[in-house]
Design a binder for this molecule. Structure first.
Ligand SMILES: *Cc1c(COP(=O)(O)O)cnc(C)c1O
Length: 518
């Protein structure tokens, strides 16, 4: 593979107009008096419209139609998405999803149904919810499902509140939740939001939970262990049955973070592994494209004793075959509007039914195969902190490259020059200079090889010409963003005659490593 030039025109500089777009606002292209369309002469009495007032108060860019079209077309090409390239963002499962599932969700009978319609007119939609609950119960090995939560973190919140209500009903007042030190940040955040104190359990040198540390912290004040399966190192926890035994013996609940279900779908079930509650991220595993902050779904599945405490509503079928939305007997109540993000649920149902169990098994098999392929191709160049077969993702450390003054953030930025979305970096927190790569099942061998070639080339550059990597990206419309300032002090308002570019866009800043798994 030839390395993109360190400076000068890169693949993004397709045309002058596009190259400038990254640095321009539409206001910069404005020319007084220029218009996008020509209106006929007025043939009625002139009247003052609110819009005239608005026009006086607002400064709007004055542009021709073709400039507007080119401006927005060029902007649209700056957006990296799964439809434009490989997106190996670990823990996020940025896989390609069949477009037909979007088509199904857009069918008027689904897209135009209103949640306040009489149930007699929405039987088909309710049946879909009921059937999807059944599919997810079967795939997780659980007894009951609530589809209402709108994201993974939201599912965690609903799940832990359900656990709290269940324990209280048993007359128990427990105050602590245990979370492994490798966990996604949402786990301890959820526990804290639900009023629990958080205890951290160590991960051993082998990548498994340290059972001695767990044993020493488990007591009758612990409400639950929240554990990700497979864990955030992409590893299966071989001690999971023993862990469940220990947790249950202390009277606590096993909470499963099932956001990484792409690794095990159709092959291992949370219920069989000893979990009592699990949330899933349908927007990761089950065919909703995500990444732009769009809608998601984080259903929770529980074992029977927790069913009465689930959020409302849950879809049910009465003995006459009529579908209804019901409130579980001791429900914790509503966690959002209506029944969650219906369009996401339709996509998940279409996806599950189209693939069937065999197809879903192929998903997890290929996802795991692809991650292990990348692990083997890159192992000579990048340090593998946990050298054992991985599941759907592989975690490397950039510590070899650090010896040459190149940091993981630099490697991630250099990948942009090669046309790839960077992997997740600096997560999990327990891995020094972490690079977390999740290829997913939807990439061909050629795509995986192209990515690995780029990673190997960057490792060579780190040794031979570290400055090229340290100053990357060279070919993108913007260079190094100061991500910390951009998040803390965003400049969202255009000011006329702005002397300097907005601070958040200053290039060259050494941003904090804030790339987080989503
Ligand atoms: C993505 C993820 C979450 C959070 O899911 P959101 O839908 O982003 O709220 C929680 N845990 C793990 C392990 C994840 O990968």
């Amino acid at each position: 593979m030839t390395a993109p030039a360190a400076d000068g025109p890169g693949p993004r500089s397709v045309g002058v107009s596009q190259r400038n777009i990254g640095e321009s606002l539409s206001f910069d292209l404005s020319r007084p008096g220029r218009v996008g369309c020509i209106l006929p002469d007025l043939d009625v009495p002139e009247a003052e419209l609110p819009v005239d007032q608005l026009r006086r108060d607002l400064t709007l860019p004055e542009m021709s139609q073709v400039d507007v079209v080119r401006y927005f077309t060029a902007l649209s090409t700056l957006n990296y998405s799964i439809d434009s390239g490989f997106y190996p963002l670990g823990s996020c499962t940025m896989k390609y999803n069949p477009k037909i599932n979007d088509d199904v969700a857009a069918l008027p009978g689904f897209a135009r149904v209103h949640p306040l319609q009489d149930e007699s007119t929405t039987q088909g939609a309710l049946e879909l919810l009921y059937e999807l609950q059944g599919c997810l119960a079967e795939l997780t090995g659980m007894d009951a499902v609530c589809l209402a939560p709108a994201a993974g973190a939201h599912g965690e919140l609903a799940g832990i509140l359900t656990v709290k209500a269940y324990l209280r009903d048993r007359g128990e007042d427990r105050h602590r939740i245990l979370v492994p030190d490798s966990a996604h940040g949402t786990n301890p955040a959820t526990a804290a939001m639900c009023g629990f104190s958080v205890g951290s359990i160590r991960t051993g040198a082998d990548g498994n939970l340290d059972l001695n540390d767990l044993a020493s912290q488990l007591d009758d004040d612990v409400a639950a262990l929240m554990i990700t399966m497979p864990n955030t190192l992409g590893l299966f926890e071989p001690g999971i049955a023993r862990i469940a035994e220990m947790v249950h013996a202390s009277g606590a609940v096993m909470y499963g973070d099932g956001a990484n279900m792409n690794a095990i779908v159709g092959r291992a079930r949370f219920g069989d592994l000893g979990f009592d509650v699990v949330h899933m991220n349908l927007h990761k595993t089950m065919s909703t494209p995500h990444g732009g902050g769009g809608p998601g779904a984080g259903p929770i599945a529980v074992k029977e004793p927790l069913e009465p405490f689930l959020p409302t509503p849950v879809a049910a079928r009465n003995p006459h075959g009529v579908f209804r939305l019901m409130a579980p007997e001791h429900s914790i109540g509503k966690v959002g509007l209506f029944h969650g993000n219906f369009g996401v649920l339709v996509r998940a149902y279409a996806y599950i039914r189209a693939l069937g169990l065999e197809g879903l098994r192929e998903v997890s098999e290929t996802a795991v195969l692809n991650a292990n392929y990348i692990k083997e191709r890159l192992r000579e160049a990048y340090r593998l902190p946990y050298d054992r077969p991985c599941l759907h993702e592989v975690v490397f450390s950039g510590s070899n490259q650090r010896a040459h003054g190149v940091r993981t953030l630099d490697i991630a930025k250099r990948l942009i020059d090669y046309g790839f979305h960077p992997p997740t970096v600096y997560f999990p927190l327990i891995v020094d200079e972490a690079l977390m790569i999740e290829p997913t099942e939807s990439e061909s061998l050629e795509n995986l090889d192209a990515f690995c070639d780029a990673m190997l080339e960057i490792a060579r550059e780190a040794k031979e010409s570290p400055e090229v990597v340290k100053n990357a990206p060279h070919n993108s419309p913007v260079r190094r963003l100061d991500e910390a300032t951009a998040a803390r002090r965003p400049v969202l308002r255009w000011r006329p005659a702005m002397a300097d570019p907005p601070e958040a866009e200053t290039s060259g800043g050494r941003g904090h490593p804030t790339s987080r798994p989503g």
